[in-house]
Write a protein that binds this ligand. Structure first.
Ligand code: MLT
Length: 397
């Protein structure tokens, strides 16, 4: 047996696993230390009542001979596909129910979807980027084209000759920078993809955080996207499903390459490789798309947005450059005093027990930057902000 040699090209460990190990080592040396966790984007609020009620009912269904469900349809329960498609239609995006595929989360799907594409093809990754994009492509042995972004282009790179690739990853609002493409900017990427026969993998995990009318929630708000894009979504950040696991993918029937329908290919893939997502979870997820569910998840999102303002005020007071935090649950800042991003991580951990994510973990061009997640509790976020201000109260621009 020959192992997949591409694993040797990966970094030794995955970013968030590596950080978790560093935290464990710190706690082993400082037993009982309390840490202010603004590293991984993991939610701190429980699932909303509408979802919990639906989950309980679904558990009861599984105890009842008449209402019990065995295997679920591999591509998703009709009731959830219908609820998601209706949610899109309510925002002016016309979708058929069978263009929606229920998944167990965006991160799984972002890797699995590569099955649809020729392994000899190339993938464009705009960096800094969610590290799973790179790792999944390395594991699959695909050629990666790294497109760096920076403060000058607002961390929103535009199409160019060097960006020609078979697959184009776009995450907007972006993890980690919090930058979000406007409709007109995204239209340029859609046109570029259609002109070059590329497919855009649009990661919409953070769409619920968009506050303005300039940035689209879905790439399918952009004319032409139905012939070049797949949208991968998650209820993790929108509705607190990080530990519950549920997502969905929109794959239009109009997306065809070399006479092959990617929608039909994905049906073929899912029916072979999965037995569907559990009935209980899909019932819980359906509650997110009810009017009451939408109202309740918005209440939770408001808490995280307030956290963002707390951190932004602290950075403003310190004169530290940052972006994000407006349409996204991440704040991307320049490490003070020209510090390296891993040094800054150690510094904050050791001095004030605050955890963030080093920018270098999102790609080489993230070096010198740092990410704060705003998903912590308000109490922890306020205390972390207070500690930051008192640590850096000297001018640190
Ligand atoms: C992050 O912190 O970048 C995300 O929470 C990771 C993820 O969604 O898997």
């Amino acid at each position: 047996m020959k192992p997949n040699a591409h694993y040797a090209e990966l970094k030794d460990s995955y970013l968030f696993y590596h950080i978790a190990q560093k935290i464990s080592a710190y706690l082993a040396e400082h037993p009982g230390a309390y840490l202010y966790r603004m590293g991984i984007g993991d939610v701190s609020l429980p699932l909303c009542d509408a979802v919990i009620g639906a989950l309980h009912e679904a558990v009861d269904d599984q105890a009842d001979k008449e209402r019990f469900h065995g295997y679920m349809p591999e591509c998703g329960a009709p009731f959830l596909r219908e609820a998601i498609a209706a949610h899109y239609r309510s925002r002016g995006v016309q979708l058929e129910d069978d263009e929606v595929f229920v998944s167990s989360g965006a991160s799984d799907e972002l890797g699995d979807i590569l099955d649809l594409f020729d392994r000899d093809g190339s993938s464009l990754i705009m960096e800094p980027a969610y590290p799973a994009y790179v790792d999944a492509n390395v594991m699959a042995g695909r050629k990666i084209i790294h497109l760096p972004s920076n403060e000058q282009n607002g961390f929103l790179p535009m199409p160019c000759e060097a960006a020609k690739a078979d697959l184009i990853y776009i995450c907007s609002p972006n993890n980690p920078t919090g930058a979000a493409f406007s409709r007109s900017q995204l239209k340029r990427w859609v046109d570029f993809a259609n002109e070059n026969g590329s497919v855009i993998l649009f990661d919409a995990a953070y769409e619920a955080f968009i506050e303005d009318d300039i940035c689209p929630h879905s790439i399918f708000e952009i004319p032409g996207a139905e012939t070049c894009a797949i949208e991968i979504c998650s209820l993790s950040k929108t509705a607190g499903f990080t530990g519950t696991r549920l997502g969905y993918t929109v794959l239009p029937k109009a997306l065809v390459r070399e006479g092959m329908s990617l929608n039909e290919m994905w049906v073929r893939n899912r029916t072979t490789k999965t037995n569907g997502v559990s009935y209980i979870l899909q019932k819980g997820g359906t509650a997110v798309f009810t009017p009451e569910g939408q109202r309740q998840i918005r209440e939770n999102l408001r808490v995280y947005k307030k956290n963002a303002r707390t951190l932004m005020q602290a950075l403003d007071a310190l004169g530290i450059w940052y972006c994000g935090g407006e349409n996204a649950p991440y704040i991307w800042l320049r490490c003070p005093g020209g510090m390296g991003s891993w040094d800054f991580f150690d510094f904050l951990l050791n001095e004030i027990q605050v955890i963030g994510t080093p920018g270098e973990g999102f790609g080489a061009c993230g070096e010198g930057y740092f990410r704060f997640s705003t998903f912590g509790s308000p109490e922890d976020t306020q205390e972390a902000a207070r500690r930051l201000v008192s640590l850096f109260k000297q001018d640190c621009r």
